[in-house]
Ligand binder design. Structure first.
Ligand SMILES: Cc1cc2nc3c(=O)[nH]c(=O)nc-3n(C[C@H](O)[C@H](O)[C@H](O)COP(=O)(O)O)c2cc1C
Length: 181
């Protein structure tokens, strides 16, 4: 009987440790979309006077960065000077200096970047052309993309796409269609 009690205690202990490990695992991903990253501007110089501002939240394994750089290169190949950075309250871009605004984030447990949402809430998007993108594993579920689109609903135009890891060509062809409409 005593032995039985010990076994139950060990099983309970293991379950509690597993539960805590799972919570810490999920929280580490959620934190990625909560954390405000330090600004880290990159610029691709274009051969026309068109300018695009691209703000995105980094993801754990750099999938969002890879997708963002593919998108930025496509804009650049179409003549745009592209400024790329992370959404932050420290940014002081004047959105009126840009012909196109692009906002993106990876999706973890249905959440997208908090700093990006905050930036979009406060930016004067009226009269602007906006593209939003989300990066996730479930391409059938697009609630977070609709949320991003909603954040830009006061813009002149809003287009959006959800892509997965490895879909650099998909986002490039989407961008090409958007800008050569
Ligand atoms: C803990 C966790 C939660 C996720 N939740 C979602 C989700 O709610 N919706 C979705 O489309 N993809 C979800 N994904 C898939 C990620 O968005 C996808 O793997 C993306 O490529 C993440 O970028 P990374 O590879 O740089 O980490 C999740 C992935 C992980 C690990």
């Amino acid at each position: 009987m005593k032995r039985m009690g010990k076994v139950i205690l060990i099983i309970l202990g293991v379950l509690i440790v597993l539960f805590i490990a799972a919570m810490l695992f999920f929280k580490s991903y959620l934190n990625l979309n909560i954390k405000e990253l330090s600004p880290n501007e990159k610029m691709l110089n274009g051969n026309t006077d068109k300018k695009a501002l691209v703000l995105y939240q980094k993801s754990k394994h750099d999938t969002a960065t890879n997708i963002t750089m593919a998108l930025a290169e496509e804009l650049n190949q179409n003549g745009y000077t592209v400024v790329i950075n992370h959404p932050s309250s420290e940014l002081n871009y004047n959105v009126d200096d840009y012909d196109l605004l692009v906002f993106g984030s990876a999706v973890y447990m249905g959440t997208i970047s908090g700093p990006l949402q905050k930036y979009m809430n406060n930016a004067p998007l009226e009269g602007k052309d906006v593209i939003v993108y989300s990066v996730g594993g479930s391409l059938d579920e697009k609630q977070e993309l609709e949320l991003l689109k909603g954040k830009a609903s006061r813009a002149k135009s809003v287009k959006g796409i959800k892509v997965s890891k490895g879909q650099e060509e998909v986002i490039k062809s989407f961008i090409e269609k958007c800008i050569n409409k």
